[in-house]
Design a protein around this ligand. Structure first.
Ligand code: APR
Length: 247
């Protein structure tokens, strides 16, 4: 309600350091499907173990590669929404005060102009070697076989995203942990909080003494951690919470 919005706006203005964790919900209003929303989420249509694991890719490389190609093609038609823009605008106006950590691989925070996005789960539009998490030498020379090989270095390739059971990029993870440990306000936006270790960042922030605010139209697994629950969509809530804080 408006009282909560005013309270959170005050917390944003008073905060020395803000950490933000976003999930698929922040891109929902751009038209990007989420994973666990009933009916429309990807995991309502596909089995995550088939489409987002190393074993699933090795068992059916064509099916998984085609799904990622489909998701990349979707991105050609979507734009950042008001939530992405509010986060980018705040970060540009208050350099160094807001650290953006995302579980998303859609690149929309970067497209909106957010600097230094900590992308915990990688990048939908990049490829990496299949057998070691090395970036490939050339991303535009992918062979037609499946799994594809790089036409330059010959290595088998896969999407450069973090699949279930895989470790997060160590450098990105340690920066995210440091950010939530030092923040005095944490905004958790558009995530079900169902996937670890990403969801654990909210616990770490709370344990480090930060105020925790959740922005989500639905209940999430992190709600018990929140000092304030803003029951609304990211695009309708964030501009008010971050926008006027440009003073
Ligand atoms: N604004 C804010 N939140 C929204 C909106 C919206 N417009 N629409 C949906 N949501 C919320 C849903 O209520 C849900 O809590 O966004 C959340 C989306 O949850 P998931 O689909 O589980 O997405 P996410 O939490 O990002 O998943 C985490 O799981 O599948 C893996 O690696 C994948 O990064 C992903 C991770």
């Amino acid at each position: 309600d408006d009282g909560d919005l005013a309270r959170v706006r005050g917390w944003v203005q008073a905060a020395r350091s803000i950490a933000v964790l976003t999930g698929a919900g922040v891109s929902a209003e751009s038209g990007v499907p989420t994973f666990r929303d009933a009916q429309t989420g990807y995991w309502a249509q596909f089995r995550a173990e088939d489409m987002a694991t190393d074993a699933g890719f090795r068992a059916h490389p064509q099916r998984v590669w085609d799904w990622y190609t489909h998701r990349r093609a979707l991105l050609a038609h979507v734009q950042p929404n008001a939530a992405h823009r509010a986060l980018a605008g705040f970060a540009q106006l208050h350099p160094g005060r807001l650290t953006l950590i995302t579980q998303n691989v859609d690149g929309l925070h970067q497209a909106a102009g957010s600097p230094d996005v900590l992308a915990l789960h990688g990048d939908l539009c990049a490829v990496r070697w299949l057998d070691t998490p090395q970036p490939c030498c050339r991303e535009d020379r992918v062979s037609d076989e499946r799994p594809p090989r790089c036409k330059v270095c010959g290595n088998a390739l896969r999407p450069a995203v973090v699949w279930f059971g895989e470790s997060l990029p160590p450098q990105v993870w340690s920066q995210a942990e440091a950010a939530v440990r030092r923040c005095d306000l944490m905004l958790v936006v558009g995530t079900a909080g169902a996937v670890h270790p990403a969801a654990g960042l909210a616990h770490t922030a709370r344990a480090a003494g930060a105020r925790v605010v959740i922005v989500n139209p639905q209940p999430s697994a992190l709600d018990a951690l929140a000092h304030c629950l803003l029951r609304g969509t990211a695009a309708s809530v964030l501009p008010g919470v971050l926008g006027e804080a440009t003073g």
